[in-house]
Write a protein that binds this ligand. Structure first.
Ligand SMILES: Nc1ncnc2c1ncn2[C@@H]1O[C@H](COP(=O)(O)OP(=O)(O)OP(=O)(O)O)[C@@H](O)[C@H]1O
Length: 275
């Protein structure tokens, strides 16, 4: 018997087709002889916000920098383990550091736009580094798209030629987000992106994160537990006991981490009893 299969229309592209998750496997890290992370594994799911929380010095920023190969630039620093982006190890032999950087962007604690460069040129500055050539009209579209996604377009569209350094701190941070987005990363790492900002600017960044995560996987380090609760889908709680390297004590859905943590140290930390 023959079965006739009707011609079906091609499936519409799924909005999350471009999303990629990050998986850290058994990451250990050292600064010289000083071991600061011990076999840390964490799955940061595609299309979610993962928050890294924990007291100062437990290795959150080091872990974040390992996720886009910034740690290896520190003299004397070393690491072991794997970081898989969409299943491919960014540290595999032959993988270029610049590939990881293009696909995994970073926003830092202190907004760091090029202060004398125009808002427009700040956004497109990453394109030169990636060797991307674009027609003027396409570049204009990209600038508008990235500033819109970063929640800044309405505030700056009449002054794109003014210097990035003339913006407020919160606007500068959103400009940095727009600059990261211009090279179309699949993951955006954020290292305490709001710690230098006032509450209103912080809210704007949090709204931006909620919008962006539909198309970019986000990993954020934050000391602000309310912020972790507001913005993240999942949390990982890092801890370094006295003179020992940092480990992940517990990770899971944010709601569970805050409302019913399994480990008493997580409960104490998220409820502000230490750290
Ligand atoms: N460049 C460096 N050289 C030497 N040691 C470093 C360096 N950067 C960090 N460390 C050490 O590594 C450990 C982890 O630091 P890291 O900044 O990753 O922690 P953290 O959890 O992000 O802290 P914080 O919340 O204060 O930013 C600390 O003991 C720190 O002193």
């Amino acid at each position: 018997m023959t079965t006739t299969i009707p011609d079906l229309p091609a499936p519409a592209p799924h909005p999350s087709d471009g999303l990629a998750g990050l998986e850290a496997r058994e990451i250990s890290a050292w600064f010289g002889e000083h071991k600061v992370l011990d076999r840390v594994s964490l799955n940061m799911r595609a299309g979610e916000v993962t928050a890294l929380i924990g007291p100062s010095g437990c290795g959150k920023s080091t872990f974040l920098r390992i996720l886009n190969r910034m740690h290896e630039l520190v003299p004397g620093a070393s690491l072991a383990g794997e970081v898989l982006l969409a299943g491919q190890d960014i540290y595999a032999p032959g993988r270029r550091l610049t590939d990881a950087r293009h696909q995994i962007g970073m926003v830092f604690q202190k907004p760091n736009p090029f202060p004398a460069m125009s808002i427009y040129d700040n956004v497109t500055s990453g394109l030169k580094l990636t060797g991307t050539r674009m027609r003027r009209a396409d570049r204009d579209d990209l600038v508008e798209e990235c500033l819109t996604k970063a929640g800044l377009w309405n505030e700056v569209n009449d002054r794109l030629r003014q210097p990035g350094g003339a913006l407020s701190g919160g606007q500068q941070q959103r400009l940095c987000i727009a600059r990261s987005l211009a090279v179309r990363p699949r993951v955006l790492l954020m290292d305490e992106p709001c710690s230098a900002l006032d509450p209103t600017s912080t809210r704007r960044i949090e709204e931006t994160i909620a919008e962006l995560v539909r198309e970019v996987t986000i990993v954020i380090v934050t000391h602000n537990m309310q912020q972790a609760a507001r913005v993240s889908d999942r949390c990982a709680f890092f801890l370094a006991a006295h003179r020992t390297p940092g480990v992940i004590v517990e990770h899971g859905p944010t709601k569970a981490m805050f409302e019913s943590p399994r480990d008493s140290r997580t409960a104490d930390y998220v409820h502000g009893r230490f750290g």
